[in-house]
Design a protein around this ligand. Sequence first.
Ligand code: GTP
Ligand code: MG
Length: 551
Amino acid sequence: KYNLFHRQFGLFLSKCKILTKQSCRQVSHEQKQQIKKVIPFLDMINTRRDQARKSILVQVQSTESFKELHSYCNSLGTVNQTFHYTTGAEQMNFIIIEFTRESNVTSVINNSLHLNKDQGFPVHSNFLWFKASNRKSRLKLHNCQLNKENGNKIPTSSEIREFLQTKNDISEQIEGLYNLTKLNEVATRLRFLTTRQIELSVAGMFPHAIAYPFGSSVNGFGKMGCDLDIVFQLTSECLAKEDSRLVFHCKAINSYERSVTQRHMEVMGDLLQLFLPGCTQIRKILQARVPIIKYYQQFTDVECDLSMSNMSGVFMSDLLYVFGLIDSRVRPLVFVVRKWAQEVGITNNSPGRWLSNFSLTLLVLAFLQKIGTSPLVLPSINTILKQSGTGYNSVSENESSFIQNIALSQYRSSNTDSLEKLLKQFFNFYSSFDFTTKAINLNEAITITKPEYNALYIVNPLERGLNVSKNVSQEELEKFKYELRNASWSLESQEKENSNWGILDILQTKKKVATNYFNFPKQERLMEVSKLFDEEKEKKSNYSKTSSENA
Ligand code: GTP
Ligand code: MG
């Protein structure tokens, strides 16, 4: 009797253990969704801009100067937070100082000096350096600590590899890659300080001008070291009441909008070049569809693309940001796909006839909508806009275009697939996707027949008559498909004992491809590509025939 009881009790206990484990797993997935505080995109942007307005960037000789600097700044205002990082080949030391009030920054700037004319043009800005004191400092330790780690450090490839090797499974690796490489607090603050510098440069004439960061720096898909896309709007809401009797004198605008923008961009380019500290390598690309100025801000270590045309990039970032909030698997999955694409050479930092990171992100999101997974992980864009009461019929230029009401509970998916499963499904899904006749439409979460022949067709969610991936050539699409199959095959046929297990294998595919593909003699390689090309040409001509017959 005792033995029977003992065995049954043991059985009962182990069942309890299994149930507890299961419920813990479920709770943790659901809790992840619930605990996350939902901050709408515009609120996040405004909070960050507010931090930047209250902050200055100070170059110091070494972290030893921190106590003195802290004490000096505290004599001019109240220091709230500090962050340290180093940059450049000489490992210049910088400290971000955030005060409690914006007026403290004004006070600091008013109390700062220009050494002499030889030191450069006497510009006032939020970027400063701390002069060493002649007197020996007798400062006692304040109640302040500086993290002496470089807060803006980009993990190296070998650090990433070593980190991923310690993980237990592919899902953990994907999550780990995301956590290790995503933009951190310091890098985010540096991007907002960089946009603040642009606003301050014209603050005298345009006190309400706003430089909005957009793209991966703010949409939740940014990794350490990513570029900063900025759209600079000179005009913004006037605070005065309509019945004000005094009206500003202004210069007339008498050319086409595009040429006005180009002229303004030219002036901004000159301002950056001549006056703004830290702005280097300025390149004006004014004839492009969207005129931009590229530059490198060496103090914040950020590559910037400055534009002055419309806000569609910002609204697009808002949409992507919301997609990332809806399900905690979205961002890690996009990260691993983007990293894979970079490693195998499907994407490239410079724009061209290859896939952009933006198009690739949309492909992942479309896959997570109805078209790739069952049950769906993400809703359609139309559903999000309808349920949040946002009208995106056309891109408008006011704040009502931002998504404000995000009730995440409405979108909770019953799909509980692991990240590993989703990644494998992603590769399989697009390996056999009919790119020849189908276009991807995220607004309705469906595939549609291509309205016109481009190798890859992704309907622009904000301007639906346009194709986001019009730039992608047939050859690059073939490369993409080839790599999809390669990655799918790698993940399915892995041996656990291999040190390059899991995503490590597909993240070094360059080497693998080298054995599979690029190491072929050139002639064979060309034959392989031209075979794929011929197949695709045939499909294309069949497609044109059927569409003209249908027409
Ligand atoms: P990385 O800079 O590569 O990290 O990613 P990103 O998302 O910032 O891409 P990129 O800098 O190329 O573009 C910045 C933003 O501009 C994107 O996130 C989109 O919001 C927008 N964008 C880029 N390409 C297009 C396009 O072809 N059409 C539209 N409508 N928007 C685009
Ligand atoms: Mg970008």
